[in-house]
Write a protein that binds this ligand. Structure first.
Ligand SMILES: [Zn+2]
Length: 146
């Protein structure tokens, strides 16, 4: 699971990833290049940025909805995978290409991207809090059983 720190770092860096060219340039060490569906061009067109780590060389993350996908197969279609796993992504439902956007369009997209980021961060913090409450409750209960 992606940590809050990783989410924050990606959110801050992805403000430059509205452009197809910027996303496409992130695929320097992408393992799928030829004779497959998930080429760097198709990954970037589908909104994904390459976010490799030492143990996960094929992690791709949508710059807008921040969904993270890994374990890509040569036959995977990036746009279909994105639609299947994040059908309400604002990038996928946007009618305008980045090159056609006005400044107002861009700031509207950024505001929506910020909402997605805040929602994901809040959900993670609530999950951590729930785990903490359960652990504390377990400790207290075991003390009462003595
Ligand atoms: Zn998305």
């Amino acid at each position: 699971m992606t940590s809050i720190d990783v989410l924050s770092t990606r959110f801050a860096a992805f403000d430059k990833m509205h452009s197809y060219e910027s996303r496409e340039q992130s695929y320097v060490d992408w393992p799928f290049r030829e004779d497959c569906y998930c080429t760097p061009e198709k990954m970037a067109k589908a909104g994904f940025v390459h976010c490799p780590s030492e143990n996960e060389p094929d992690v791709a993350c949508c710059f807008f909805c921040l969904i993270e996908l890994e374990g890509w197969e040569p036959d995977d279609d990036p746009m279909s995978e994105h639609l299947k796993r994040s059908p309400n992504c604002g990038f996928l439902t946007s009618k305008k290409d980045f090159t056609e956007m006005t400044a107002a369009d861009f700031y509207h997209m950024e505001r929506e991207r910020l909402k997605v980021y805040l929602k994901k961060t809040c959900h993670k913090k609530m999950a951590y809090l729930r785990e903490d409450i359960d652990r504390t409750l377990g400790r207290l209960t075991s003390q009462l059983d003595i």
